[in-house]
Ligand binder design. Structure first.
Ligand SMILES: CSCCC(=O)C(=O)COP(=O)(O)O
Ligand SMILES: [Zn+2]
Length: 203
């Protein structure tokens, strides 16, 4: 049974996050998708194809963690399975944000390896679990594909062995997750700042 009050709060928090992220240039042209955990087996997630800066609560629907909608006629985000796997594999994860910023897109294209390493930045401490600028933070990079099940499997296998709070999809964007929406929004902002710094250093 879905807690309807919790769902309404999640819908409003996602609408607000969309406005914030759109204003920050993180989700142009219907790009991006957002979710919040509702319970151990359900999430509230954006519908596919909506403009993420102009969401209404009705644009956010309930699915299970396999991205099957509770209301069969609704169409969740094309990438909802990526959100569901993060919740399924990480019981403490409460929020997932996917963004399409210019910095994430460009950096993931020019980094030839399978990992973006970040270290020496004070702002790394904005990421959950990072206590010092000295830590080397790994951001895994996956090649883009339209096969979400294959990508979800690949991500799940790799993240089972590598601690992270985010990954990049090459030429596509960022996924980041946290215990709640506030921490997740902070991570998007911090990571995008760090991606900008890396782009500048590599010029
Ligand atoms: C024009 S954005 C292409 C699809 C995408 O990458 C995305 O993040 C939005 O897809 P959704 O189905 O969640 O609207
Ligand atoms: Zn996307």
């Amino acid at each position: 049974m879905i807690d309807l009050e919790r769902l309404a709060q999640a819908q409003q928090a996602i609408v607000d996050a969309g406005e914030t992220l759109y204003r920050a240039g993180q989700v142009p042209a219907t790009g991006g998708n957002f979710s919040l955990r509702l319970d151990e087996s359900h999430m509230a997630v954006t519908a596919s194809g909506c403009h993420k800066g102009r969401l209404t609560p009705a644009d956010i629907l309930v699915t299970d963690l396999e991205a099957i909608p509770l209301e069969p006629h609704r169409k969740p985000s094309a990438e909802a399975l990526l959100h569901g796997r993060l919740y399924a594999d990480r019981p403490r994860t409460g929020a997932v944000l996917h963004t399409h910023s210019k910095a994430a897109t460009l950096l993931s294209l020019i980094e030839p390896g399978k990992t973006l390493w970040l270290s020496g930045y004070e702002l790394l401490k904005a990421l959950e679990g990072v206590a010092s600028h000295d830590e080397r933070v790994a951001i895994p990079i996956f090649d883009n594909t339209q096969d979400m099940r294959a990508l979800a499997d690949q991500v799940g296998e790799r993240l089972a062995h590598e601690a992270s709070v985010a990954y990049l999809i090459r030429g596509h964007g960022l996924y980041t997750w946290a215990t709640d929406m506030k921490a997740c929004l902070r991570q998007v902002e911090a990571l995008d700042f760090l991606f900008d710094c890396e782009l500048f250093l590599r010029r």
